[in-house]
Write a protein that binds this ligand. Structure first.
Ligand code: RAM
Length: 904
């Protein structure tokens, strides 16, 4: 008889989420058993409110559903805690129980608090994006003169008295800001989250955070202390470095609700607060922070502090309809470690090497006399001679902390700034310096790590580590392109990378939240902006610099990101929530292709004209962005733009086909059969038009580039007859290119699959193990600890360029490695059905891949020994798998542990 356990009862994929404005939460749980072929046969969900009252009981439901389960007619109250209990039954007659819980947010409850602002000097708004040229970007970044930063405003410190009576039962603070804030109660932070309320499209979505402050209130007199900084509101952000994207002043919305045993409650609102400036002289999320420790105010957030000189906050009016409870994990330190070493560079500078490119902050502890100024400058690489090198181009990207000491021992870490870095140039440090004086804080949205991928090849393992680091560095609140120069929600980057992200981390709440921003930013005509949040500065940049708000491949994120989430986690809600936005995007493209015509159209015959109505052959597109052969050795922005112009005419129509094909899947998953049919028909028409217009009988196309063939092959844009010729031509091109890929952003994600699917498996493996430039292992062999923006960011001869060294886009190969080399695939969304098919002949001696699927851990662990392969497989309860091994028939298995032996 087996033993059944049920564990990890999650609500909206989180453990005890607080303050979510989600009225129909989904429940998921995992089953574990020592038996084989175990499935759930029934469940019973019970929800109990904080009064102990049972508000829902599903009764025993015969079903194998254990993820994304909702309760019909569940009525939740705002700001209330709930306990959830699930009982499950399996096919061997076992029963098991577990519990979880959650607390709701405010839902529609009106705020008693108003927006309140400290007395302050408004920040000056800039319009650099409106005047942006590639030359201005390069020029400004080269002239890194000393700045006085006098236009930067100080952070504000706010004290709000919280009087509590006896018999306090529960206290909650609901807080958000224009800017970024940090909350303390009586000198203690209730939570180590960073950069609340995080980065969203504030005009449409501004998250408030819910804090349990019950145990922090001591006696009658208490203080809520808030530090308020510029953040994404008034700070200098994005590629353009513009300030004031949402406003020129920072402010606070604060409401605490104190509930007593006798059933009464009291509300304290932020307008009752007072403010002052303090040690944070300025704090810009990109530029850096200046901190004068001599200005520290001991116990400023405790009741005994004298605030008689502080100034009262004043009430201000802002719309409140953008407020929504935080959804998903907050930003937190996810790794804290000691740096690797301190180097004296050839020109005699002191540089700290933390040993890893990342996004985060440096903390130091020092015993010093008063008034010494220490400067910390951050960058990602050293130059070819080993000297400090600023690789980050653009305006307002200093990435510098300036710290002025107080007397004695002191520890400092920036409050409202973070950087993308590996190296820190330190100046002004008094006395001896040691790595022991420092700690590195890697910051990221705190998603769960759910995967493992290790092999016998150390370089492949390093590549995996590089992917992991680029992904955590670029998932700080929103998915970004890079954590230093832009930190922008470029939609194309996450379009390519989301399957890898979804495998590595529990990213469904993170991506669902970002998709809400995508919907908010969708333009009236249905276009999805190339960057989300779509700042005013980006709109100006797009207009002046590019002439378009969107691009193929970038806008398609509205479809591909939800699809990746659905496939990885079986999450249908993300498809439902975004379906309208997807169809509006598809209609936008349809409108462009039908009503806009390329040059020469008027002279075309009717047949060609009709064909053109299915081809997106107009507008600007980034195309197969960063085709290596066009940018290698050419590290300037103009070369990057060339890749767009050379490829856009072919990539845009091909990606339209890709999206139409994906829409068939989405519509089918949602049971929208009619829509599915329409999209299938659309896909067929695009396909036919594409083949006629662009594909020659010998399998070549006019844009004779690897990426173009890859995208066409992946999306079926070639006849069955011509396909082998096109695939052979692609292979020849790779061979001619010294066995190296030459693919950009929109084709890298497909290239290895395309080779495998067209009978060129060996060629695919040659590319993954290739170590000449451009290749993944070239970067590894040249010291990369993250994925680079451009394959040749460090050239053969050691020349270092001003690219970003932390761009996850080309790390999209991760998903292929887990699936093909490791051999673990989701045969059905959410791994309800798994396919095990390891690449035993790929050249590795062993590989272990594991994924914490929504049902539990699935893993494939294989090794070669004495002409045999041993394949260990672990399949979670409530799922099934098919195992495909060489020389054997396909084997169907249920849950459990298995060991297979394969003669080779
Ligand atoms: C770069 C970004 C990003 C890319 C766009 C087109 O500046 O870093 O990776 O999506 O351009």
């Amino acid at each position: 008889m087996s033993i059944l356990k049920v564990k990890s009862l999650k609500v909206e994929n989180q453990n005890y989420p607080m303050g979510m404005d989600c009225t129909k939460p989904r429940f998921s749980w995992e089953l574990a058993s020592d038996g084989k072929n175990i499935v759930q046969t029934a469940y019973n969900l019970i929800v109990i409110n904080e009064e102990g009252k049972r508000i829902a009981d599903t009764g025993k439901i015969d079903s194998d559903e254990s993820i994304e389960v909702t309760i019909a007619d569940l009525k939740l109250e705002p700001m209330t805690g709930y306990m959830v209990q699930v009982t499950v039954w399996d096919n061997e007659g076992n029963q098991a129980v577990t519990e979880g819980g959650f607390e709701t947010g405010r839902f529609e409850t009106a705020w008693k608090a108003s927006w309140a602002e400290p007395v302050q000097i408004p920040t000056k708004a800039s319009n650099l994006g409106g005047n942006l040229t590639m030359e201005s970007v390069l020029e400004n970044s080269n002239s890194k003169k000393e700045r006085d930063f006098s236009e930067f405003q100080p952070a504000q410190y706010i004290r709000i008295p919280l009087k509590a009576k006896k018999g306090l039962k529960k206290a909650r603070a609901y807080v958000t800001a224009h800017g970024v804030y940090r909350l303390e109660v009586n000198g203690v932070r209730p939570d180590d989250r960073e950069f609340a309320p995080e980065n969203t499209s504030y005009a449409g979505i501004l998250q408030y955070q819910t804090y349990n402050i019950t145990s922090l209130l001591k006696g009658e007199e208490n203080i809520a202390g808030i530090i308020l900084g510029d953040g994404w509101w008034t700070g200098r952000v994005g590629m353009t470095g513009d300030s004031c994207q949402y406003g020129e002043t920072i402010g606070l919305l604060f409401e605490a609700i104190l509930t007593y045993e006798d059933g009464t409650s009291e509300v304290v609102t932020g307008e009752a607060g007072k403010s002052s400036t303090g040690p944070i002289v300025f704090s810009d999320i990109f530029v850096g922070e200046k901190y004068d420790a001599r200005k520290e105010m001991q116990n400023w957030s405790c009741p005994e502090f004298d605030d008689s000189k502080w100034k009262p906050l004043h009430k201000v009016e802002y719309p409140m309809n953008n407020l929504v409870g935080q959804y998903g994990e907050p930003v937190r330190p996810i790794r804290i470690f000691e740096p690797k070493e301190i180097i004296e560079t050839p020109i005699g500078e002191t540089v700290l090497d933390v040993g890893q490119v990342l996004a985060g902050q440096l903390e130091f502890t020092i015993d010093a006399p008063e008034g010494i100024q220490i400067k910390l400058e951050h960058s990602e690489v050293l130059d070819d001679k080993g000297n400090y090198y600023n690789n980050i181009i653009g305006v307002n990207k200093e990435q510098t902390e300036i710290y002025i000491t107080k007397e004695g021992k002191q520890t400092y870490r920036p409050v409202f700034s973070y950087h993308g870095f590996r190296y820190i140039r330190i100046s002004g440090w008094p006395g001896a310096i040691s790595v022991k004086d420092f700690k590195v804080y890697a910051l990221s949205s705190e998603m769960r790590d759910i995967s493992e991928f290790t092999t016998s090849n150390l370089k492949i393992n390093q590549l995996q580590s590089n992917i992991w680091w680029s992904q955590v560095s670029n998932t700080l609140s929103i998915p970004t392109d890079c954590p230093q120069r832009e930190r922008a929600g470029w939609t194309g980057d996450i379009m390519a990378f989301s399957p890898t992200l979804c495998f590595n981390r529990g990213a469904n709440t993170f991506l669902s939240r970002w998709m809400a921003n995508v919907r908010t930013e969708q333009l009236e005509n249905g276009a999805i902006p190339m960057i989300v949040p779509y700042l005013e500065a980006y709109k100006a940049m797009a207009k002046n610099f590019i002439g378009s708000d969107t691009s193929c491949g970038w806008g398609d994120a509205v479809i591909q990101v939800p699809v990746a989430v659905y496939k990885a986690y079986g999450d249908k809600r993300i498809l439902e929530e975004n379906y309208t936005a997807m169809t509006r995007w598809m209609n936008y493209i349809a409108d462009r292709v039908q009503n806009n015509h390329p040059e020469g159209y008027e002279e075309w015959d009717d047949e060609r004209k009709a064909r053109s109505h299915y081809l997106w052959n107009t507008d600007f597109h980034f195309g197969d962005w960063l085709v290596p052969s066009m940018v290698l050795g050419n590290p300037d922005g103009m070369a990057m733009m060339k890749t767009a112009y050379a490829t856009m005419a072919f990539v845009a129509p091909a990606y339209y086909a890709f999206s139409a094909k994906s829409m068939v899947e989405v519509a089918e998953a949602l049971g929208k059969t009619k829509d599915a049919e329409n999209y299938r028909d659309l896909y067929n028409k695009i396909r036919e038009a594409f083949i006629k217009e662009y594909v020659h009988d010998d399998g070549t196309m006019d844009a004779d580039l690897q990426g173009i063939y890859v995208i066409a092959l992946k999306n079926g844009l070639v006849s069955d007859e011509v396909r082998p010729k096109m695939a052979a031509h692609l292979c020849k091109m790779i061979e001619k290119n010294r066995g190296c890929l030459d693919t950009g952003f929109l084709s890298v994600l497909f290239i290895l699959d395309v080779l495998c699917e067209n009978g060129y498996r060996n060629e695919a493996y040659k590319l993954i193990f290739q170590n000449q430039c451009p290749s993944w292992l070239y970067e590894v062999e040249h010291g990369a600890t993250t994925i680079w923006e451009s394959w040749g960011a460090i050239e053969e001869d050691g020349t270092v360029s001003t690219y970003s060294y932390n761009h996850y886009a080309f790390g999209c190969v991760g998903e292929w490695m887990y699936r093909e080399m490791g051999g673990l695939k989701a045969a059905e969304p959410g791994y309800k059905k798994i396919c095990v098919a390891p690449a035993l002949d790929c050249g590795l001696l062993f590989a272990r891949v594991s994924e914490h699927t929504p049902y539990g851990i699935a893993s494939v662990d294989w090794k070669l020994e004495n002409g045999k392969a041993e394949v260990k497989v672990e399949i979670p309860v409530n799922t099934t798998a098919e195992v495909i091994l060489p020389g054997m028939d396909k084997i169907d298995i249920g849950s459990g542990f298995y060991v297979f032996e394969v003669k080779l």
